[in-house]
Write a protein that binds this ligand. Sequence first.
Ligand code: SF4
Length: 201
Amino acid sequence: MDNKLLLAKNSLVANGFKVKIFSNRQEVKEALLKEVGLDESIAFGGSVTLNELGLYDEFKNRGNKIYWHWKADDRRAALDSAVNTDVYMTSTNALTLDGKLVNMDGTGNRVSSMIFGHKRVYVIAGRNKICKDYNEARERIRNVAAPLNAKRLNTNTPCRFTGKCNDCDSPDRMCKAEVVLHKNPTGTEIIIYIVDEDLGY
Ligand code: SF4
């Protein structure tokens, strides 16, 4: 296992987060399906990682109440219902070797739910999300994650065409709210599952 995963884990734990490392996506999937009760409601943040894991269908088919605006006919209603569920699941744009979670959002639902409103928040992150520090995390978000998301969403933003950020003024801009979790926020249990595979972007 890459030493980076252990370094990130130790720093995140020192900052109050609960952290586990998994060897692959199947292991993390099994753990999540075991830890979340059938009687718990779940919401998902926008996440290519979660999509790749296929967890939405697994939870839904076994009977959990689950909300994900990516799968809903009424996106707004799903976002509203997602605010107060027992469990929130998402990935993170970056996690750093000094133990921070760094995220950029267009709507803000994902970053606000990471901080407040749920009993437990699971953050599932592939090894590709690990960055040295805040500056590298910001670089990754602006010049790797956002351009790939721009292509996926077909946004009218310069990064979709150039693969680089130019701090745009587009109404489609995805980088409207930047949130850095320096420590685990009071009252929310954030559980970070780092997977020793590339997942999402
Ligand atoms: S600020 Fe604009 S150009 Fe830069 S990454 Fe975000 S959406 Fe793309």
